[in-house]
Design a binder for this molecule. Sequence first.
Ligand SMILES: Nc1nc(=O)c2c([nH]1)NC[C@@H]1CN(c3ccc(C(=O)N[C@@H](CCC(=O)O)C(=O)O)cc3)CN21
Ligand SMILES: CC(C)C(=O)C(=O)O
Ligand SMILES: [Mg+2]
Length: 288
Amino acid sequence: MAAHKQPLSIVKMKQMKEKNEPITMVTAYDYPSAALVEEAGVDMILVGDSLGNVVLGYDSTLPVTIDDMVYHTRAVRRGAPNTFVVADMPFMTYNSTVSETLSGVRRLMQEGHANAVKMEGGVEIALMVDACTKAGVPVVGHIGLTPQAVHQIGGYRIQGKTREDAERLLQDALALERAGACAVVLELVTEQVAEMISKKLSIPTIGIGAGSVTDGQVLVFHDILKYTPSYREKRFVKTYADLGAVIRDSVSQYVKEVKGRSFPAPEHTFRADDQVLESLYGHRKVES
Ligand SMILES: Nc1nc(=O)c2c([nH]1)NC[C@@H]1CN(c3ccc(C(=O)N[C@@H](CCC(=O)O)C(=O)O)cc3)CN21
Ligand SMILES: CC(C)C(=O)C(=O)O
Ligand SMILES: [Mg+2]
């Protein structure tokens, strides 16, 4: 295993941007995935509300609750005690009052043991970002395609294609930085807009489907491993393994061997001394 390294902090994150050293982030949702991701040496783990899709089987992130996020964040922390963990604030938990927002943030930090929280939105959430930052909680912003607004956007579509769109995204990014955000996720935005925003911000940008010019990259664990029953190709994802096929083939082999009585074999089986059951059978068991 790699030498124990100092976990990332928001100070180190900013230094990495200054040194042009890419920041790596991947999602994780439970104990084993978090432990393996930590061993792989990722800089940051995101407990994404994408767990609604990839772990809970919903067709969007909207049904995910703060209880879901706390439960999964706690498990991730147990698996990755030495990695910077960011937890998503779920749909509709950070747009009414500062006090409701802070109570969700408190739970993710105090019960989930996260290091930071993430919120979708720009100018409109600056007040909440400011309140959390003042409470001592680092906030990662998230602009571009914001999946919690899928019904308003009308689909999972690329953002930042027009001049007005690009200008709006820049204003959102600047508002997040001014409000104290420690980083900003840029999801599904054109590379030119991602580059422009990355240059104008002093805090790191972390891209997903935003090209190679952002200060960091994030992808969903289940996407890079094809750990999903019906994988839909996404242009911005690279799959590094086919866990779906590995799991399906392995489990079907197990089923076949149990049906054919070739599993369990003698090496998987525990035996007592031959005379143990003699008295119970009332006679010496005949070898079959
Ligand atoms: N498994 C998974 N991976 C994700 O990246 C992810 C989730 N779930 N759930 C929450 C959001 C939703 N996201 C999505 C979902 C679909 C597309 C998609 O269909 N993209 C197409 C078309 C893009 C376009 O041309 O406008 C693509 O080919 O990338 C993109 C991001 C990203 N997030
Ligand atoms: C796709 C990333 C950025 C995310 O928000 C999630 O996984 O929920
Ligand atoms: Mg999310």
